[in-house]
Ligand binder design. Structure first.
Ligand code: XMP
Length: 322
């Protein structure tokens, strides 16, 4: 039975939580072997440290390079963990993910394609090769809530939907963070000794930059949204917001460049104030900041002729675009 009663951040004793979860993981895995995938987000980072505390060499950690991550992300995350004494192996699976996403335009279908590529194709094979019987995973309570409520199919939720991972993929999943929300996970990650750039890291979705493209995901579109993301992250770094992002739209709009008509791309910028991602509103950014963003988007991202700022609230919007 999966434990899902919430532990609120204010009631959380991080030391007790870490001791208890490390003990549970060690008991479950026994003399066996577990694997996990690190993305560098606060959830998977906390699970990686917790798992290594519990299992040491009996946990093997991979970083799956799905081709959908931000600029330089795989290398920088692996080097942070190396400094913490945790070896992480990068698996280049870019082709598999782009193949799985080819021709798919629906948001839920894209999420499902990524889930299947990750768990069945890439991870399933790694688990088989390694003989691991357990997969450690950083699912949190908000992922479960939104998936069960049918709002958004989070890539990492199975049992709560009646899917048996053992049957579907051949391994058991351990979810030590499933009673926490993001604020609780940040406390645990800090208590585990992770650096602030990790425990205070801005959330980033499981489907990565694919969640920021409307319509079909291709390597070219990922390049475009990756450049736009770097600009947004650079310009808004100093803003105390919950999360900020760039979204590449599918529709083209007429623009003009060098006195010629240019039927170009549109980038939507979102910057959210939120406590726990359940509700959010757009940050009141200074107009000068917005102008600078628009100017850089249209000058530095090839093909972009339009930049907009989203001022809707969640709900009815969600934070990501898919
Ligand atoms: P939404 O778009 O649902 O996002 O309002 C709420 C928060 O969750 C993040 N998000 C995800 N995180 N896997 C994740 O681990 C996912 O599939 C996923 N989808 C959205 C999103 O970035 C925001 O912080």
């Amino acid at each position: 039975m999966v434990k899902t009663e919430e532990i609120r951040a204010k009631d959380l004793s991080t030391d007790d939580f870490i001791q208890q979860k490390a003990k549970e993981i060690a008991e479950l895995v026994g003399k066996g072997f577990a694997i996990n995938a690190l993305s560098g987000g606060v959830d998977s980072s906390a699970v990686t440290m917790l798992g290594h505390k519990a299992l040491a060499k009996n946990l093997k950690t991979y970083f799956i390079d799905n081709g959908l991550m931000r600029q330089g992300e795989p290398e920088s995350i692996v080097s942070i963990f190396k400094k913490m004494g945790v070896e992480v192996e990068i698996i280049n699976a870019q082709d598999k993910f782009f193949k799985a996403l080819k021709g798919i335009t629906g948001p839920e279908e894209k999420r499902e394609a990524i889930t299947q590529a990750f768990y069945k194709d890439v991870f399933g094979k790694l688990v088989k090769q390694s003989n691991a019987k357990y997969l450690l995973q950083g699912t949190i309570l908000t992922d479960v809530d939104e998936t069960v409520a049918g709002i958004k199919r989070q890539h990492n939720v199975f049992e709560q939907l009646g899917i048996d991972p053992q049957e579907a993929f051949g391994y058991k999943i351990i979810e030590p963070l499933v009673q926490l929300r993001k604020d609780g996970v940040r406390k645990v990650a800090s208590a585990l000794g992770l650096p602030e750039e990790i425990y205070n890291r801005m959330p980033f979705p499981g489907p990565a930059l694919a969640a920021r493209i409307i319509g079909e995901v291709t390597p070219e579109k990922i390049n475009t949204v990756r450049k736009a993301t770097s600009i947004v992250e650079e310009e808004l770094k100093a803003v105390k917001a919950f999360q900020y992002m760039a979204i590449l739209h599918q529709d083209r709009v007429t623009g003009m460049r060098d006195n010629k008509r240019d039927f170009g791309l549109q980038i939507e910028i979102r910057c959210w104030d939120s406590l726990d991602a359940r509700n959010a509103k757009s940050t009141r950014l200074p107009y000068e900041t917005l102008e600078k963003l628009a100017s850089r988007m249209t000058k530095e991202v090839p093909g972009v002729v339009s930049a907009t700022y989203n001022i809707a609230t969640k709900p009815p919007s969600t934070m990501e675009a898919i």
